[in-house]
Design a protein around this ligand. Structure first.
Ligand code: ATP
Length: 235
C-alpha cells in the first residue's frame, strides 16, 4: 500500500499537507504522533472513508475505497463497532455473514483476542478493553490482507497490550500488513517500522533503530523532539 502527496482538507482547513510513504507487506508499522496531528485522517484516507483527499492512495493495487477492497481490509476505529445488545459470538456470526466468511472463523478470532471466557456475554456488559477487543475480532474475520487499527491499545492494561502486540506480529508473520496508530511513544519499539507524524506532515519513516541512530539518542520520545527541532532549524 502506498500514499503519494496526500493532502486532506477538513472543516475548510488543510490537515494533511502532502504525505507519502509505502507500507511493506508482512510488517507492523506504527503511526505515531500527538493528538490532532492527523493520524485518524490519514487512516480514513487509506480505508477510503475520508472526503476531499487529493494525491494518490493505492491499497493492494487498487485506489483507496474501491469496492473490491472491502473484504481485504480490516479497519478498527476508536469507537466500538460491535452491537451492545448482542453477545460477542452473535456479533461475530453477524459480521461473518455480512462478509461472506465461514462461521467457523468466529471461534478462531475469539481465541485470537482472548475473549473465550466472554464469548456468550452481551457486549454492553463488557469492559471498555474487552469491547475494543471484540471490535478487533470482527476486523480479523476472513484474515484481511491489510489491517488498519486506530489506537487499538488505548485503555488496556500492560499485559493485554503486550498480548495484543504479540498477536499483531503473529498476524504479520502469517502475511498480513498492519498499520497501527498510537500516541503512546513507548509502543514504538514494538513496531517493525515507524511513521512519525506532526501537524499533518510525516517527520520520519524508518525502523525504530534507524530512527534512534539518526537522532543520536536511545529514546523514541527524544528522537521525536530532535526531529522537530531539526525541521524547525531547516526552515
Ligand atoms: N470532523 C472534522 N471536521 C473538521 N476537522 C476535523 C474533523 N475531525 C478532525 N478534524 C481536524 O483534523 C486534524 C487531524 O485530526 P485527526 O483526528 O486526524 O488527528 P489524530 O492524530 O487522529 O488525533 P487523536 O490522536 O486525538 O485521535 C485536527 O486538527 C482536527 O481538529
Amino acid at each position: 500500500m502506498s500514499c503519494r502527496d496526500v493532502v486532506v482538507v477538513r472543516g475548510g482547513r488543510e490537515v494533511l499537507h502532502g504525505v507519502g510513504f509505502d507500507l511493506r507487506a508482512g510488517t507492523v508499522t506504527g503511526l505515531l504522533g500527538p493528538s490532532g496531528c492527523g493520524k485518524t485522517t490519514l487512516i480514513r484516507a487509506i480505508v477510503g472513508l475520508q472526503a476531499r483527499v487529493t494525491g494518490d492512495v493505492s491499497v493492494l493495487g487498487h485506489p483507496a475505497g474501491a469496492p473490491r477492497l472491502r473484504d481485504r481490509i480490516g479497519y478498527v476505529t476508536q469507537e466500538p463497532s460491535v452491537y451492545g445488545d448482542l453477545t460477542v459470538t452473535e456479533n461475530l456470526r453477524f459480521f461473518a455473514a455480512v462478509l461472506g466468511v465461514d462461521s467457523t472463523d468466529v471461534q478462531r478470532v475469539i481465541e485470537a483476542v482472548d475473549l473465550m471466557t466472554h464469548a456468550d456475554a452481551r457486549v454492553d456488559q463488557l469492559s471498555g478493553g474487552q469491547r475494543s477487543r471484540a471490535s478487533l475480532a470482527a476486523a480479523l474475520l476472513g484474515n484481511p490482507e491489510l489491517l488498519v487499527l486506530d489506537e487499538p491499545t488505548v485503555g488496556l492494561d500492560p499485559v493485554l497490550r503486550r498480548d495484543l502486540w504479540n498477536l499483531f506480529h503473529e498476524l504479520a508473520d502469517a502475511g498480513s500488513t498492519l498499520l497501527v496508530s498510537s500516541h503512546v511513544m513507548d509502543e514504538a519499539s514494538r513496531c517493525d517500522r515507524l511513521l512519525l507524524m506532526r501537524e499533518g506532515e510525516l517527520l520520519a519513516d524508518d525502523t525504530p533503530d534507524g530512527l534512534l541512530a539518526s537522532a543520536g539518542t536511545g529514546d523514541i520520545e527524544q528522537a521525536f523532539l530532535t526531529l522537530i527541532d531539526r525541521k524547525a532549524g531547516a526552515r
